[in-house]
Design a binder for this molecule. Structure first.
Ligand code: GLY
Ligand code: MN
Ligand code: MN
Length: 439
């Protein structure tokens, strides 16, 4: 199946769900870094999922109630050599029609004139409020006018819905193409972790290791890191979102690396590995690593159809808490410690999240009271950790932390595909056994 067909199929499924309603999905805009410099462009994932069009300032309309040939409309930046000489190529109106299977394309500055026309006849409007101020202002005005007219004509008032419920349900289950791309992101990212571990030596700076990883991403054709890489030596690993990456790597400490690449079509990997900087675990490091490793293996074993992310989390937490009791960092019965959350000073995050075009990908985790059951084609991370520091108070009645444990932060994170058989670890080329972490 070629790329065109993939996006076409998605639009077909999306429009089937829209029934008689219109959806308006804007592209991302460029974001200022400072002064007149911008961050690299990052397309809005919903827009990308449906269009495969990688330019800013576009707006897609999906109009299943209109005749064939008028159902998929793209408003784009027009071709303009004076702008392209500064900022690069644009597809323009003709390019959009010829290369992206668009029914009709218009210059973006005609959106305000044409939107009312295209929304004529819609039952409802699907638009994500609060994210796209310019399109929102315009749409609300057009919507208000439509409401005025529909009350005069006696038909039902139009409702405004978020497209998330429809679109994010589609994005939650990955199609075979997406799975292939996520395997690729997983493979590149795994190999980058292997390279980084092999190059790490005491005395280096965290940033040098960040450079090793990100250089590999770029060499392999990825866009770059999927999120700010975390390269955290020693106690920096206890800061969950540490991204300063500018400390010396000390002999005898661990290095935690949380990094994954984003491919050209925005599919991501998200991997964490933790290993001794000098190649040998201390006794305390090894004891904690074994616990996290066991917790991760047991949690991955739960990634099966019919299970859910809460069960995966509970499995990880149970193994972590039992391990912490065994080594004297917690005391009591595992079940009651878990019930009361008395382990949160060592493990304060969830065990995973959906992964896809967004690193923390879209899709519900619960439907009301009920956790969403895992299904074939869903991809989630499994990332238990232990962080032994003074950041959070030790709960009353729990053991004070001996100095020998402090400053050890460990996380192991893989990306896991739910299949109708065994879970498929997309990042298995990044080794993780105790033996493999030592040299
Ligand atoms: N790297 C972000 C996360 O692990 O969720
Ligand atoms: Mn993650
Ligand atoms: Mn991560």
């Amino acid at each position: 199946m070629n790329n065109h067909q993939i996006y076409k199929d998605r639009r077909k499924r999306f429009m089937r769900e829209l029934r008689g309603s219109a959806a308006i999905i804007p592209a991302a805009k460029l974001v200022t870094h400072h002064s007149d410099c911008e961050y690299p462009f990052r397309q809005n994932s919903d827009f990308w999922y449906l269009t495969g069009f990688d330019e800013p300032d576009a707006v897609a309309l999906f109009l299943p109630y209109r005749p064939e040939g008028e159902q998929y409309i793209l408003f784009v930046l027009p071709k303009e050599s004076s702008a392209e000489v500064w900022n690069g190529f644009r597809w323009g109106i003709i390019g959009a029609v010829e290369n992206f299977d668009v029914d009709i394309a218009h210059p973006i500055d005609e959106l305000s004139d044409k939107l009312a026309h295209y929304l004529n006849g819609t039952e409802h409007i699907f638009f994500r409020i609060g994210k796209h101020p310019q399109v929102e202002t315009l749409l609300l005005k057009v919507w208000a006018d439509l409401l005025d007219r529909s009350s005069r004509s006696g038909s039902l008032p139009i409702a405004l819905y978020s497209p998330c419920s429809v679109l994010h349900k589609l994005r939650l289950r990955k199609d075979p193409w997406e799975i292939m791309r996520m395997r690729e992101a997983g493979l590149i990212s795994s190999r980058a972790h292997e390279l980084a571990r092999n190059e790490t030596r005491p005395g280096m700076n965290e940033r040098e290791i960040q450079a090793v990883i990100e250089k590999y991403f770029l060499e392999k054709g990825a866009r770059g890191p999927a999120y700010n890489s975390i390269v955290a030596g020693g106690k920096n690993a206890c800061i969950l979102h540490y991204t300063a990456n500018h400390s010396i790597l000390h002999n005898g400490e661990l290095l935690l690396i949380d990094a994954g690449c984003s491919l050209n079509d925005y599919y991501n990997a998200d991997i964490t590995r933790t290993f001794p900087i000098n190649g040998k675990f201390t006794g305390e490091q090894k004891a904690l690593y074994e616990i996290v490793f066991e917790a991760q293996k047991s949690a991955i074993d739960c990634v099966l159809p019919g299970e859910n992310t809460e069960k995966v989390h509970l499995k990880a937490v149970t193994v972590l808490v039992e391990g912490l009791i065994d080594i004297g960092l917690l005391k009591g019965r595992a079940e009651s410690l878990i019930e009361q959350g008395l382990y949160h000073h060592f493990y304060m995050h969830r065990t995973g999240h959906w992964l896809g075009l967004d690193v923390h990908d879209v899709g519900a985790y619960r439907l009301g009271e009920y956790p969403i059951p895992l299904e074939d084609g869903m991809v989630l991370t499994v990332e238990p950790g232990l962080y032994i520091s003074d950041f959070l108070p030790v709960p009353e009645g729990q053991p004070q932390i001996e100095e020998r444990w402090k400053g050890i932060g460990i996380r192991i994170e893989d990306d896991v595909l739910v299949t109708n058989n065994q879970p498929e670890v997309l990042t298995s080329d990044a080794l993780k056994s105790i033996h493999d972490m030592e040299r």
